[in-house]
Write a protein that binds this ligand. Structure first.
Ligand code: ADP
Ligand code: MG
Ligand code: ZN
Length: 481
């Protein structure tokens, strides 16, 4: 029984997928030359006025609905004042006390990082607010380089309650959150591009104690893996501090992903004072019922709902449905093909084993798969109507990955059709029985397993084309008689 329990709350920043920045018409675009996507508004020049991005507000509301938040009919933007090189205006537009989305929850459960099981439950959210991103700073020696292209991109901040208790829960929460936001087309959540970054707040307390311990906040983790590691490390560090008789200081810490350690950045015993006040250049946001209802009616299906529907509609197992809905591309691929075949379960097996393995071996995603769902369905249809058996189907699939041909064309061109002609198989069976007297004798004297060997021999002499079921039956009837 562990002595301490960890308490963890997350603040996750997610860039919203829009065409333009949050308060100006500059493009929301990654990878352009530094400081080429700026204008007087996002550079904070005197007299420039912000205009809120409607799509960013809409997508934040959609995210709120997908995460079970209450949508606030009235919200506003506030100025968060501070002096730092990452914000030309010396303030950031954010939402302090009246954000767009309140409360909410994220259903977690299933796999943690190292394959451990995370118990199913809801993680409570506190809020989602909308703000503007800040410029990207790069430190080179003693110099700091500033790129304002990122400055003022729409950024959602999703804040949880102090409601998680392990690094694996944090991992599972972030994976689930990312999946939902990608499904909802709210953000691509591309961690390499900094589209999803989080701060983790960690404290520990003796098991059984109600009051929270003093927390440390580890800032700016730019991958889910890093968040998992940082939480593990921080729990370990705080446990050591307390065991050594030292008190935890409330502070902001950084994370070094190379050494796998957090380090103190600044003491937070005094609360930062940002002199927040309502942004005087923007009207508050009023969302009426018809707008909220229209958005609610347009929401896409979420992974969990899709999983349930796949099980119901296509008779898949829980496991198959789980893996197939992990990302939207795989789910879309499966669903398109499933509508064209007779037994979606067979299709699911082929996607989950052969297709994903082939794609993985070539380092490509299913979205880039050279075999369209329609062509894949064509292959499954040939398996279903016994034109080819599983073994031949593998050959056909690898041929399909290399060419534009339909499964049917390949089978016809190479004469791969399964032999289901009774007479033809019977001939092969007789030949195999004659040539394998030893095994036949073993079978007759009560070892039924050797029949698999004999089936293998018939398959071999038919170059893999014999119908395995018919082969088995014919072998049995010949030897049993
Ligand atoms: P701050 O005022 O320091 O920003 P907030 O109350 O705004 O703190 O909470 C920030 C984040 O820290 C939230 O995600 C919250 O759940 C989490 N949090 C608050 N108190 C604790 C605690 N004692 N231990 C762990 N996480 C906490
Ligand atoms: Mg806070
Ligand atoms: Zn601009």
């Amino acid at each position: 029984m562990p002595k301490y329990e960890a308490v963890i709350g997350l603040e996750t920043h997610v860039q919203v997928k829009t065409a333009s920045k949050m308060f100006c018409a500059c493009p929301n675009q990654y990878g352009a030359d530094p400081n080429t996507l700026t204008c007087p508004v996002c550079m904070g020049l005197p007299g420039a006025l912000p205009v809120p991005n409607k799509l960013a507000i809409r997508k934040t509301v959609e995210a709120g609905m997908l995460l079970n938040c209450t949508i606030a009919p009235y919200s506003k933007f506030d100025r968060k004042n501070y002096f730092y090189a990452d914000m030309a205006k010396s303030f950031q537009l954010s939402q302090l006390d009246q954000p767009l989305c309140l409360g909410g929850k994220v259903h977690i459960g299933g796999k943690g990082f190292s394959g451990t099981e995370v118990v199913e439950r809801d993680v409570q959210l506190n809020r989602i607010h909308l703000e503007e991103d800040v410029a990207k700073l790069s430190h080179k020696g003693t110099a700091t380089i500033v790129d304002f292209n990122r400055c003022s991109l729409p950024l959602m901040e999703i804040v949880t309650e102090p409601d998680m208790h392990s690094a694996d829960e944090v991992y599972n929460y972030l994976v689930t959150l990312k999946q939902i936001l990608q499904y909802g087309n709210i953000s691509d959540c591309d961690q390499e591009k900094g589209q999803m970054r989080c701060d983790v707040n960690v404290s520990i307390r003796p098991v059984g104690q109600k009051e929270f311990g003093t927390k440390a906040e580890i800032k700016n983790l730019n991958s889910i893996r890093a968040a998992h590691r940082a939480v593990e490390y921080e729990i370990w560090r705080q446990t050591n501090e307390i065991e050594a008789g030292r008190a935890i200081v409330q502070e902001t810490r950084g994370w070094n992903d190379d050494t796998g350690e957090s380090y103190s950045m600044r003491n937070k015993e005094t609360v930062d004072d940002y002199r927040y006040f309502p942004e005087p250049d923007l009207m508050p946001i009023f969302l009426d019922d018809s707008y909220i209802n229209e958005i609610r009616a347009s929401l896409p299906e979420l992974p969990e709902q899709r999983r349930a529907r796949f099980i119901e509609e296509f008779s898949l197992t829980e496991y198959d449905a789980q893996v197939l809905t992990q990302d939207k591309e795989t789910a879309d691929y499966f669903e398109t093909a499933a509508r064209l075949v007779k037994t979606p379960k067979t299709l699911a097996n082929w996607i989950l084993t052969e297709l994903l393995r082939e794609l993985g071996a070539n380092g490509i995603t299913i979205a880039e798969c050279p075999v369209s769902p329609e062509r894949m369905a064509g292959l499954i249809l040939l398996i279903e109507d016994n034109t080819i058996n599983g073994k031949i189907a593998k050959t056909v699939l690898s041929e399909m990955l290399k060419s534009e041909k339909e499964a049917k064309q390949i089978v016809e061109a190479q004469g791969l059709s399964q032999v289901s002609d009774q007479g033809e198989i019977e001939m092969l069976v007789m030949k195999v029985i004659a040539e394998n007297a030893v095994q036949v004798e073993q079978y007759k004297s009560g070892n039924p397993k050797v029949i698999q060997y004999l089936v293998g021999q018939v398959m071999k002499s038919s170059k893999g084309k014999a119908n395995p079921q018919m082969t088995l039956e014919l072998l049995k009837s010949k030897m049993d008689s």
